[in-house]
Design a protein around this ligand. Structure first.
Ligand code: SAM
Ligand code: SF4
Length: 342
């Protein structure tokens, strides 16, 4: 096992975990608030949102990211909650893209509020979007999200697919909910240059709904797609990819399946997560390693912040199963994905 530290690669520092994996990707949840209530992510009522004073401010976030960028961070994904609900997000993004070392900024959004910002996002060089849409049917969309926003999200899709961007559609696959959407969603790729990604449902619903087994796992999703499209080519998965990727013969777009519940992608995981309150997570399935905000607000220097992060990644679980087994608080995962950042 390698020890974790900031190693030098060609003179450039990189963060390495205790399994030799380079950490160069931060998934940052900028808010836990959302205007949808997707049932697999949030309960309908009774959510205690984070108070403003507990949120990391933009200046605090930028300081942390600058420090990480000097130590090998190259990619940041903005997620949430719904990122566009956070006030002055564009201010933050303008500052973020200007940080030396940050090569890519990506955004995951539910598409309800995104369109007015699209031109500016593209001008900033942000061209990688994950748009979440779990159903192409307005009624099913409402049943899943508990809000009536299908038209806005579909319009967002229609505008985005015409632009020169890297567009992925995220769809969580749920038994008895949106199975009938799988084939129509794959078919979007016949004409549209997009990547549809079917995500195994995880128990991060904030409502304590647990399950030991998952009916619609990636094998079943793939088998289902194969019954409709016998000629499917397996694509080479990009480095650090969390999805198994495919293309139906003759289609311009692709599709992928993310085994988020069965967790077969952990071996190459290059991610660090930070919640809106500054909790550092070295795995989606851990229950938070330490709070960087508290350290920062207690007056820690950049070096001390870096040391704390190095310490955290030097004890990183090998995979999501180990991370889940090590949880200190609630043994099984139950928090909302909106507080973790999907
Ligand atoms: N609100 C934005 C959105 O929906 O795209 C960003 C945050 S959301 C938490 C990020 C992604 O996590 C979405 O694609 C969503 O479908 C996914 N997600 C949320 N809860 C999930 C769960 N329990 N299992 C699998 N994926 C989930
Ligand atoms: Fe909101 Fe995204 Fe969670 Fe749906 S998945 S409730 S859009 S944060």
């Amino acid at each position: 096992m390698k020890t974790s530290n900031t190693a030098q690669t060609g003179g450039i520092p990189v963060l390495l975990d205790n399994h030799g994996r380079t950490i160069d990707y931060l998934r940052l949840a900028v808010t836990d608030k959302c205007n949808l209530r997707c049932f697999y992510c949030m309960p309908e009522e009774g959510i205690k949102f984070v108070k403003k004073a507990e949120l990391l401010s933009y200046e605090e976030l930028l300081r942390i990211i600058r420090m990480l960028a000097q130590n090998g961070l190259r990619k940041v994904r903005i997620t949430g909650g719904e990122p566009f609900l956070r006030k002055d997000l564009m201010y933050f993004l303008r500052e973020l893209v200007a940080i030396e070392g940050i090569e890519k900024v990506a955004v995951t959004t539910n598409g309800t509020l995104t369109l007015p910002y699209l031109d500016e996002l593209l001008e900033l060089g942000i061209r990688s979007f994950n748009l979440s849409i779990d159903s192409l049917d307005p009624k099913r969309f409402f049943d899943i999200t508990r809000r009536d926003y299908f038209e806005q999200v579909w319009e967002c899709y229609e505008v985005m697919r015409e632009r020169d961007i890297d567009l992925k559609l995220n769809a969580v696959v749920m038994a008895d909910q949106n199975i009938d959407d799988i084939i129509p969603m794959v078919k979007l790729g016949e004409k549209d240059n997009i990547a549809v990604r079917f995500i195994e449902e995880m128990p991060f619903n904030g409502a304590g709904m647990h399950y030991e087994k998952l009916e619609w796992n990636y094998r079943k999703i793939l088998a289902h797609i194969q019954t409709e499209f016998p000629k499917i080519n397996k694509l080479k998965d990009p480095k650090n990819s969390t999805s198994f990727n495919y293309q139906v013969e003759g289609f311009v777009g692709t599709f992928g399946i993310i085994p988020a519940f069965t967790r077969s992608f952990c071996g190459t995981c290059n991610r660090l997560r930070m919640t809106p309150q500054g909790m550092i997570k070295t795995c989606l399935y851990d229950d938070g390693v330490f709070n960087l905000r508290d350290l920062l607000r207690a007056g820690a220097s950049d070096n001390e912040l870096l040391t704390a992060i190095q310490q955290a990644i030097s004890h990183r679980a090998k995979n999501g199963f180990e991370a889940e087994a090590r949880r200190k608080g609630q043994a099984s995962v139950s928090e909302s994905m909106a507080t973790i950042g999907g």
